[in-house]
Design a protein around this ligand. Structure first.
Ligand SMILES: O=C(O)C(=O)C[C@H](O)[C@H](O)CO
Length: 341
């Protein structure tokens, strides 16, 4: 069984109830969230062996986060305790033409204040096979960026497989580094890359472009984009590209492509009407992708399972993918919306 490690920030998510605007009524729904943590929880719930590495405050908030991760089968023994606070983010769910709104309150969080010496990567990764990171962690602070690069470099030297979901959060890049330069350095250590169609330009500065809507008629339009990545970073062996079309905040469709240097597989299109909560949808895709890649390798089954996991998340409140492999597989096999009884 593959033993995964994820490194990133987990926050408290404070959401306006239902479709309310923030502070419309004096209550907020509290859950935990964060891109890498979402993948860790998704894999933990699929009975995978997964460790989450982060820095948390030593107080009731830090303990609540740790207990929540543990509840979903995630190993929390590698979490560092550090000065600082727990990051928060506030969110209101969009509907129709009103988009989702996120307000971050995470400055000076523990993970923003980590130092390169906070983590002993050789020790933390010694019993792991796979290291996963997203483009969010290096955006948090310069020291978090340095820890990210050190972790990736060490993982690579130790022979782990390294995966990265580009996940650009432009609002977070405030400490004076150019995100494209950082992402391009990260790519030197990556084996498996995940990103949406826009990331290849916005994060990596690549030039290949795909005509709007081409994916529906012509999936091979993505081949030049994948080839540009494989040419620039021969260490990258697989790329998963997600494509999303937005009709409104609660009506979208998604499709995904798995590319290796010599083959491509395209998933079916999933149309999602009446989206309940789309935050964490990309992380659910990555969860399904890592899980299925481990079980069925480069294959149609893998990309179908990944896109079904991502689509399923849109029906579940909160950031986490609370789904079994059987439920995801049934959706991948075409059982959308069929009663299970
Ligand atoms: O946006 C971020 O930095 C987060 O990690 C918050 C959410 O959990 C994340 O966007 C979901 O992918």
């Amino acid at each position: 069984m593959t033993r995964y490690a994820m490194f990133g920030e987990i926050m408290m998510r404070l959401k306006a109830p239902g479709y309310e605007r923030l502070f419309q009524t004096p209550s907020l729904e509290v859950t935990m969230a964060g891109a890498e943590a979402n993948v860790a929880v998704g894999l933990g719930r699929l009975d995978e062996d997964v460790s989450f590495i982060t820095a948390l405050p030593t107080n009731d908030l830090g303990n609540a986060v740790r207990d929540e991760l543990r509840k979903h089968g995630v190993d929390v023994s590698k979490i560092a305790h550090h000065e600082g606070r727990l990051g928060l983010y506030f969110v209101e769910t969009g509907a129709n033409q009103r988009p989702i709104k996120v307000v971050y309150d995470r400055a000076d969080s523990c993970i923003a204040k980590v130092e390169p010496t906070t983590f002993d990567w050789r020790k933390l990764l010694a019993d792991r096979d796979w290291f996963h990171i997203t483009g969010i962690t290096p955006a948090i602070s310069e020291t978090a960026m340095r820890c990210t690069l050190e972790a990736m470099k060490t993982a690579k030297e130790m022979g782990l497989t390294v995966s990265c979901d580009l996940n650009l959060r432009a609002a977070l890049w405030q400490y004076g580094f150019n995100h494209v330069d950082v992402y391009r350095r990260m790519m030197e250590y990556v084996d498996v890359l995940v990103g949406n169609e826009g990331h290849f330009d916005s994060c990596l500065g690549l030039s290949a472009r795909v005509a709007e809507n081409d994916i529906y008629d012509n999936p091979s339009a993505y081949r030049p984009m994948a080839d540009e990545v494989f040419e620039q970073w021969p260490n990258i062996k697989k790329i998963a590209i997600t494509v999303r079309r937005t009709q409104s905040a609660d009506h979208q469709s998604t499709v995904a492509i798995l590319a290796t240097p010599d083959k491509m597989w395209t998933s079916p299109v999933f149309e999602m009407k009446n989206i309940i909560d789309r935050i964490g949808g990309g992380d659910a895709f990555t969860t399904g992708f890592l899980y299925a890649l481990d079980k069925t390798g480069d294959s149609q089954e893998t990309i179908d399972f990944a896109v079904a996991a991502g689509a399923m998340k849109h029906s579940i409140p909160g950031d986490f993918l609370r789904a079994t492999k059987e439920e995801i597989q049934a959706l991948a096999d075409g059982a959308a919306g069929r009663d299970q009884r």
